[in-house]
Design a binder for this molecule. Structure first.
Ligand SMILES: [Zn+2]
Length: 366
């Protein structure tokens, strides 16, 4: 393979490899595209109370923490990160810092704050919008701020006092967000756990359903037809459901419900063939340090996915869900040279993903 200006310039098959300068001999190693984590919170530290840490630190240190977390993730093979919720929109600044070359890091696709109604999920990361005018203004503000994706919450969450069942926005409100974002060239991700909130989001034309715990067969078929991608984030809820005595018991109980829903929905989504991409919710309460991709991969296999499909969810399908399949997600001429080299074959055992021996980001060897 010939890498030039950060891209894959040419792939040589067979013995006719020409003499090149600055060569790296990868004989006997396994090569794959860099990983894409579709759902992280860079400013959070994964401790039992990341919100408390964030509030105590303030937004400047939160940004420094986010940069450190992004670079830690890159070192372990995550070459593209989608940040779907940060305090003061600092995720957007982190994306700009890496994109401008001010600091070296992964590609970050950032949403900034999460559009949500009064009484919604994690208001500390929220842009509160209740009326139709406020929803339009929220999307326009985030676009102006530099967001590359819009995140909205259509239901409550497990980590918080609110209910996870009901939809917090009617379908019409979500359509307003989708239409305004689309007009401005942005895709929309929706935090959606309960059945009705997911149904409203899918019908409104949302691009990615985050968490997607309780999805009916009818809506899964509609997701396949519309190419709405499911980002299940399985491991974080499993971890929360096992965190009795560490986080509030109400949150543990809600997470147990989510895990029960997840197991069935994930299996149905695989059977129907709805697109599934890997997202972790890295940084979330009691989830441990960034990155969390390995844990999510193991959980996806545990819930019935083949290792080859897990790797596809973490590369090709994720790139498609971002709308960046022309840039990343596969090893092809012209694409960004975001590449991993492994000592052993992860298709045989997903545990081999822990043994990445070389990360290459935009042609630069770490
Ligand atoms: Zn999240």
């Amino acid at each position: 393979m010939h890498i030039q200006d950060g891209r894959i310039a040419k792939i040589y098959m067979g013995p006719e490899i020409p003499a090149m300068v600055d060569t790296f001999d990868a004989t006997g190693l396994f090569l794959m595209p860099g990983l894409i984590d579709m759902h992280v919170h860079l400013v959070w530290d994964g401790s039992p109370d990341p919100l408390g840490t964030m509030k105590a630190e303030g937004p400047n240190i939160a940004m420094a923490r986010g940069i450190a977390n992004a670079r830690k993730s890159l070192a372990q093979g995550v070459t593209t990160i989608r940040d779907v919720g940060s305090v003061n929109d600092v995720g957007i600044d982190i994306a700009k810092i890496f994109a401008s070359g001010l600091l070296f890091g992964p590609t970050v696709v950032a949403a900034g704050r999460i559009i949500q109604p009064t009484g919604g999920h994690v208001p500390d990361l929220g842009y509160i919008a209740d009326s139709h005018d406020e929803l339009v203004k929220a999307v326009r503000y985030l676009k102006m701020r530099g967001a590359s994706v819009i995140k909205v919450a259509s239901t409550g969450g497990a980590y918080g006092p609110e209910e996870i069942g009901p939809s917090v926005y009617p379908q019409k409100d979500l359509e307003i967000v989708v239409n305004e974002a689309r007009r401005l060239g942005l895709r929309v991700a929706s935090h959606s756990l309960g059945k009705i909130g997911i149904e409203n989001a899918v019908r409104a034309g949302i691009n990615t359903i985050e968490h997607g715990a309780d999805i009916s067969m009818e809506i899964l078929r509609e997701m396949k037809q519309k190419e709405t991608c499911l980002i299940p984030t399985l491991a974080v809820y499993k971890k929360l459901s096992e965190s009795s005595g560490v986080i509030p018991e109400l949150y543990v109980a809600k997470s147990k419900t989510v895990v029960r829903w997840h197991k069935e929905t994930f299996r149905n989504a695989m059977d129907i063939g709805s697109p599934i991409a890997l997202g972790t919710d890295a940084g979330s309460p009691n989830f441990g340090p960034h990155p969390s991709v390995f844990l999510e991969m193991v959980t996806m296999v545990e819930y019935g996915m083949k290792p080859s499909d897990v790797l596809k969810a973490a590369t090709k399908t994720a790139a498609e869900a971002l709308g960046r399949e022309h840039e990343i997600g596969t090893i092809e001429t012209g694409k960004k040279a975001d590449i991993l080299l492994l000592k052993e074959n992860p298709l045989e055992d997903i545990a081999k993903m822990q043994n990445i021996c070389q990360v290459i980001k935009s042609g630069i060897m770490l």
